[in-house]
Design a binder for this molecule. Structure first.
Ligand code: UT7
Length: 311
């Protein structure tokens, strides 16, 4: 079996910044409430003429350049999103064409905020068996188009963005060391899209605090590692209080946890790959580091990956 790992990463961050103070003018909220309850200070909102496929395309181009492979070398494109441009064709097919990835099978995957982790593990199966060699996994969301801008319970939480990774065979001991995925459809009622996002914040909060810590611990054990060997934790960036609960469960110092929620809000499936790119760029993730990715989301869904960074 071949080890699957990340050989290139990229992201797209919309230019427009919307601060909590800007939102005070739209909904009955305060900067102080949003900061103290969520850790969010501002978020990015994509322009009207930029849809999910545009953001996914930009992140994908960056990831391909970073991986140093040509679009024709891609065997598969998996796009995790709950905000595709259209129900069909998939965002994956749209970017396949724009990239010129004519040899790639393309499809979207729906697992809400856990989508990128589901995508990485789906890719891993094809790589391990030797079926495919290079798989592009993208997490992209334009949540602003399904946000109810009159609902203060949700309007302050979300943002837009995209993150991408190329998954390919890597050397022994590197790449994905262990994973855990889970789903519980009985919790569907707590977080769903009607016309807009509808959420029972307290229920999702309780689930997230419990599940994130548990899944992170489980993959560390499955990988045959200890908490002390973890170099960096990338939790889904939904709420700093939920993230802090996982960090404390792993007994990690604060500098070993990725935090982007303050500047981008919750960008659903793109939050983990965006934080990964920023972790690598800032030098916080180095060759051979043990990185834990852990997420949760609507479905309900959850998942975690233990990864050794490097090719
Ligand atoms: O990717 C997965 C997506 N979802 C999540 O991650 C959400 C998980 N849940 C959370 O992050 C938190 O539950 C929230 C941030 C959504 C809410 O924080 P909380 O500490 O659980 O607050 P709460 O729901 O207990 O609400 C406290 C009060 C309520 O008022 P009453 O009923 O006590 O009078 C809310 O109406 O805060 C009120 N409130 C607000 N006040 C000012 C809710 N939203 C706001 C707001 N500004 N934006």
């Amino acid at each position: 079996m071949k080890n699957a790992g990340i050989i290139g990463i990229g992201r797209y961050i919309p230019e427009k910044v919307v601060t909590n103070v800007d939102l005070e003018k739209i909904v009955d909220t305060t900067d102080e409430w949003v900061r103290s309850r969520t850790g969010i200070e501002e978020r990015r909102i994509a322009a009207d003429d930029i849809d999910s496929s545009d953001m996914a395309y930009s992140a994908a181009k960056e990831a391909l350049a970073d991986a140093n492979i040509k679009p024709e070398e891609l065997d598969m494109i998996l796009v995790a999103t709950v905000t595709p441009d259209h129900p069909f064709p998939s965002v994956a097919c749209l970017i396949q064409d724009r990239l010129g990835a004519k040899n790639a099978v393309a499809m979207d995957l729906s697992a809400a905020c856990t989508g990128f982790i589901y995508g990485m593990i789906t890719a891993q199966q094809y790589i391990q068996t030797g079926t495919y060699k290079n798989i592009l996994v993208v997490g992209v969301e334009k949540l602003s188009k399904i946000t109810d801008w009159e609902d203060r319970n949700t309007a302050v939480l979300f943002g837009d963005g995209a993150g991408a990774a190329v998954i390919s065979p890597v050397s022994e001991g590197k790449g994905i060391l262990a994973f855990e995925l889970g789903s519980d459809g009985s919790g569907a009622k707590h977080l769903y899209q009607d016309k807009h996002i509808v959420m029972n914040g307290r229920e999702v909060f309780k689930f997230a605090v419990r599940q994130m810590g548990e899944s992170a611990i489980n993959v560390i054990e499955k990988a045959g590692l200890t908490k002390e060997e973890v170099d960096y934790l990338i939790p889904h960036q939904a709420n700093i209080r939920i993230m802090e609960a996982s960090r404390q469960r792993l007994e990690l110092p604060i500098e070993k946890m990725a935090v982007t929620v303050n500047k981008y809000g919750n960008t659903s499936s793109s939050s983990i790959p965006i934080a990964l790119v920023e972790g690598v760029e800032s030098g916080k993730i180095k060759e051979d580091d043990v990185v834990i990715l852990v997420g949760f989301g609507g479905g309900l869904t959850w998942g975690a990956i233990a990864l050794r960074w490097g090719k």
